[in-house]
Design a binder for this molecule. Sequence first.
Ligand code: IPE
Ligand code: MG
Length: 183
Amino acid sequence: MINEVKRIIKETNLQHIAFIMDGNGRWAKKRGLSRHFGHKAGCERIYEIIIHLRDLEVPYFSLYAFSTENWNRPKSELKFLFTYLKTFFKRHIKDLIRDEIRVVVSGDYTKLPQDTVMVIDDAITATKHLSKFCFNICLNYGGKQELVRASKLIAIAYKNNELNLDELDINTFNNYYNIAIIM
Ligand code: IPE
Ligand code: MG
């Protein structure tokens, strides 16, 4: 099975795998536990997934962990979730460096609680020179926000005469969008 997966990855030259974190609550409920145990268990599996993907030689991994819509969750649930994310980075910062994993974040993670932001910043800074594998964690991400950011970049480029509106098509839009998602 694993060799088959490796073969497909090689043949398709697969560069990027994305996971959406979901089902944490259902996982816990099924076991008679409260939702936050599901978030804890979910966060505790992240490193394992990173290592598997790195070993499969897929260079980029995006983990959709917390969307702008997720702010609608109860405050206590958010608190647990951010605490587990913080624990993940704190616990694994040395592993990330040792295993040559670069951490990048998509989304405005600076709106998360300050202590969580601080450990994420530490992980970004400590790994920014590494290139074996890129772990992109999506935090406070939202499709609409990304479109707004891309539109602003396009407006700036237009204003600076760097973009002719007749040239704006799906491909050129994509160039701006690709910048917007990592802003
Ligand atoms: C994913 O699990 C965690 C986040 C997206 C923050 P859920 O919390 O969505 O779990 P379910 O879907 O309710 O089981
Ligand atoms: Mg869900």
